[in-house]
Design a binder for this molecule. Structure first.
Ligand code: SAH
Length: 473
């Protein structure tokens, strides 16, 4: 793909790594491309000294992403690069560090390739090499660290899956890009998976620049001190070899009496509250959509984590995969709705307008069943059925919340004639189907409960549902 960079008339894109900041950590090749650029498309983290090397007559296009806010979507960046190259320009795409380390350089290469344009990639000193050298932290060191792993901090978010077990093993260096903001969660996961709270760890900010600062101490101390320790960008390095840094502050390391139990952070709590408040009883689903087996295992596992008296787990889920069976169930629901509408008299027609196509359209159709009482006495001597039902409800709620966290909707369809459902599912004597669960992708989550939105009824105020010591009407 590389072609003559000097006097191309079809345009040429150099994807250039600008290094971690210090001007003299630019490669000679990078400097050459910058100084001969006609158009420079650059990110936020490029140091002013580096930007000063762009020729004054060159056009500068800023596409940087201020933390959180995306100045320009990636596809748009591709368009900008392609458009200018097609005008025959020498385009430099200037990126912090190395273009191929958490820089989306690969995506840009693919876009240019697809557009049939000539390009090259000029490597840069990645933040990790820059920061570790500048802070005196060897990334590998005989006896202390035999491997280095580069990780993007956002992988520590709830939905992603990092192999924490292997990351928590000793004698390795873990480097988190974009990780300082998520330090608490990263530390919590590493510690929960067995890493010692005393493991040396560092935050290097503005690595290699005049303004560089290094905070190096034990992991648990770092979590305590980091919030008061300046703005981004910062690189988080966790591993025994951090102790070799001249910045490593032994005096700050406190030997804990016993390891701390994993704690939930404010961010964890706020995510959970969002999931709870955004959970809805869904009736509209995306027809023909699917849910991956991996997600199904996760939400099912949430359901089976529900509390139950004496660990009875009085719930069973029957997954309906047979199309004919689903059709029979939909028919059964239609019959039951007609009967309910009849019983409702005046509001019957209004009731029938409430959508239930979920049974036909949802990706996953499950039935939750109360199993026969198996006679185990422990914890179930009083009100065994009611207690079992409460546990079953808790299990469905766990499933519901876990599904919402996966951006899946769940709709509960209640049953009026459990016998017909029992027959369909060939349930044993004493078992009872409690509800049909429609699960799957939805066009959108209702902003408020649907029954409220369609004016069926308003939810009650919280204070009306709570009283102190004695029942208040
Ligand atoms: N492609 C870049 C990384 C981009 S991701 C590279 O190879 O370095 C951006 C993250 O890199 C920041 O959130 C921060 O974690 C890290 N980073 C970049 N420059 C840095 C610097 N000078 N000091 C500390 N961390 C830096």
């Amino acid at each position: 793909m590389n072609s003559n960079t000097k006097n191309s008339c079809v345009g040429f894109v150099s994807i250039v790594g600008a290094g971690p900041g210090a001007l003299d950590l630019l490669t000679l090749r990078a400097l050459d491309r910058i100084e001969r650029a006609e158009v420079v498309v650059h990110d936020r983290l490029i140091d002013a000294e580096v930007l000063a090397r762009i020729p004054p007559q060159a056009e500068r296009i800023y596409v940087g992403k201020a933390s959180g806010a995306h100045a320009m979507p990636q596809e748009k960046i591709h368009e900008v690069l392609i458009a200018h190259a097609r005008q025959g320009k020498r385009v430099v795409r200037l990126k912090g560090g190395d273009p191929f380390v958490f820089g989306r350089g690969g995506e840009e290469v693919l876009a240019l390739q697809e557009a049939g344009l000539a390009f090259e990639v000029v490597p840069g000193v990645t933040a990790d090499s820059g920061c570790s050298a500048a802070a005196g932290i060897p990334l590998t060191h005989r006896g202390l660290a035999t491997s280095v792993t580069f990780l993007p901090g956002y992988l520590a978010d709830e939905t992603a899956h990092l192999d924490w077990t292997s990351l928590a093993r000793p004698n390795q260096t873990r480097v988190f890009y974009m990780g300082v903001e998520r330090l608490a969660r990263i530390a919590e996961q590493l510690i929960a998976h067995g890493l010692s709270v005393e493991t040396p760890a560092a935050i290097v900010r503005d690595g290699t620049k005049q303004t560089q600062t290094v905070l190096a101490t034990s992991l648990q101390e770092l979590v305590r001190l980091a919030p008061g320790y300046g703005p981004q960008p910062g690189l988080l390095i966790v591993g025994e070899a951090v102790a070799l840094s001249p910045h490593f502050d032994q005096t700050r390391v406190q030997i804990p009496v016993k390891p701390q139990a994993p704690v939930f952070t404010a961010a964890d709590r706020s995510s959970l509250r969002r999931i709870i408040e955004a959970r809805r009883d869904m009736r509209h689903f995306v027809p023909g959509a699917q849910v991956s087996e991996e997600v199904i295992t996760r939400i099912l596992s949430a359901a089976h984590h529900a509390p139950s008296v004496g660990l009875m787990q009085p719930w069973r889920y029957v997954r309906i995969t047979d199309a004919a069976l689903r059709a029979s169930m939909a028919g059964l629901v239609d019959d039951e709705r007609a009967a309910t509408a009849n019983a409702l008299d005046q509001r019957g027609a209004e009731f029938l307008n409430l959508k239930v196509e979920g049974v036909r359209e949802c990706a996953e159709l499950w039935v939750v069943v109360l199993p026969p009482d198996d006679g185990t006495v422990f914890g179930r001597r009083t009100m065994p059925r009611e207690t079992a039902l409460c546990s079953l409800g808790a299990s469905v709620e766990n499933l519901w919340l876990a599904a919402r966290a996966e951006n899946l909707g769940l709709g509960w369809v209640s049953l009026f004639d459990p016998q017909r459902m029992s027959d369909l599912l060939k349930l044993p004597q004493g078992a009872q189907a409690m509800g049909i669960l429609c699960i799957g992708p939805v066009p959108e989550f209702y902003a408020a409960p649907m029954l409220e939105q369609v004016g069926w009824r308003q939810g009650r105020a919280m204070q009306d549902l709570m009283s102190e010591n004695v029942w208040v009407k």
